[in-house]
Design a protein around this ligand. Structure first.
Ligand SMILES: NC(=O)c1ccc[n+]([C@@H]2O[C@H](COP(=O)([O-])OP(=O)(O)OC[C@H]3O[C@@H](n4cnc5c(N)ncnc54)[C@H](O)[C@@H]3O)[C@@H](O)[C@H]2O)c1
Length: 253
């Protein structure tokens, strides 16, 4: 009984940003657990990543496009529906980072970060929610951040977008819970991915961050798998609007 609560076999999953980093790790976790997964990404790595998954016998599909562009999001969603015939789980992991001090932060970077890290999450969430309502159930898993709570340094657009992800997750959870859809978020701590390349080169800042992580290491894409699978499974059916830190204890320090 308990094991079957965590069973996600056969679920149709969309993972944005699946070509690398945390999205890749979660997509791999779903495929290893018997799900069918559409990986949505703009990266040229996408086809290679999906081919490698297929060679392992997994049901993986590539949908390439720009989630920063509204019409493309609709096209990418339609393509995913043509492939899988529906969607049971959405994971919104695509994201970008831009670093400049707030007084000189360029507006084009603001627009790009807000479009990809916040607006695409709402648009795709809305499209998936409509389909999930027809199906009677579904799971939406947004990817928040420590910057859902903290302001950060030199990242005003990212902090605004990730703060917004927290509020968006709660509002969509309230609107959709009675319709059988669980909307929750995972807030990763400091994870060693390409997104943090510049940060990892700053020795002082890296030291400062590392000292604050009780688990004493930065996270990896593998560390995302367990919580993502839990939020996709029936084991989380009574969880709604939660933002779960997967951060090695950083937040409670
Ligand atoms: N790495 C961290 O420490 C950390 C911490 C908290 C939250 N996050 C969040 O986790 C998510 C994944 O981050 P990551 O560290 O794996 O980053 P990453 O840079 O390794 O991967 C991001 C992926 O998103 C894709 N992407 C970017 N712009 C896109 C667009 N316009 N259309 C489609 N795909 C696009 C990229 O091609 C890439 O594959 C992001 O939302 C990020 O904000 C990361």
């Amino acid at each position: 009984m308990i094991n079957s609560m965590f069973d996600v076999t056969g679920k149709r999953v969309i993972v944005t940003g699946g070509a690398q980093g945390l999205g890749y790790g979660m997509a791999e976790g779903f495929l290893e657990s018997g799900c069918e997964v559409v990986l949505m990404d703009i990266s040229d790595k996408l086809d290679k990543v999906v081919n490698e998954f297929c060679e392992k016998g997994y049901k993986a599909h590539a949908v390439k496009g720009n989630l920063g562009d509204r019409p493309s999001i609709q096209k990418m969603f339609d393509e995913a529906m043509n492939i899988m015939g529906g969607v049971d789980v959405l994971v919104t992991a695509a994201g970008i980072q831009r670093r400049h001090r707030s007084d000189v932060f360029p507006m084009e970077d603001w627009d790009a970060v807000i479009a990809i890290n916040l607006e695409s999450v709402f648009i795709l969430g809305q499209l998936c929610a409509k389909r999930m309502i027809e199906q009677g159930k579904g799971k939406i898993i947004n990817i928040a951040s420590m910057n859902t709570w903290f302001g950060g340094i030199n990242i005003p657009a990212y902090a605004a977008a990730k703060g917004g992800i927290g509020q968006l997750t709660k509002c969509m959870a309230n609107d959709l819970a009675a319709l059988g859809i669980n909307v929750n978020a995972i807030a990763p701590g400091y994870m060693a991915t390409d997104m943090n390349e510049k940060l990892l080169k700053d020795e002082n800042r890296t030291k400062e961050i590392s000292e604050r992580i009780p688990v004493k290491r930065w996270g990896t894409p593998n560390d995302m798998k367990g919580t993502a699978l839990f939020l996709a499974s029936a084991a989380s059916d009574y969880l709604s609007g939660a933002i779960i830190p997967v951060d090695g204890g950083y937040l409670c320090r």
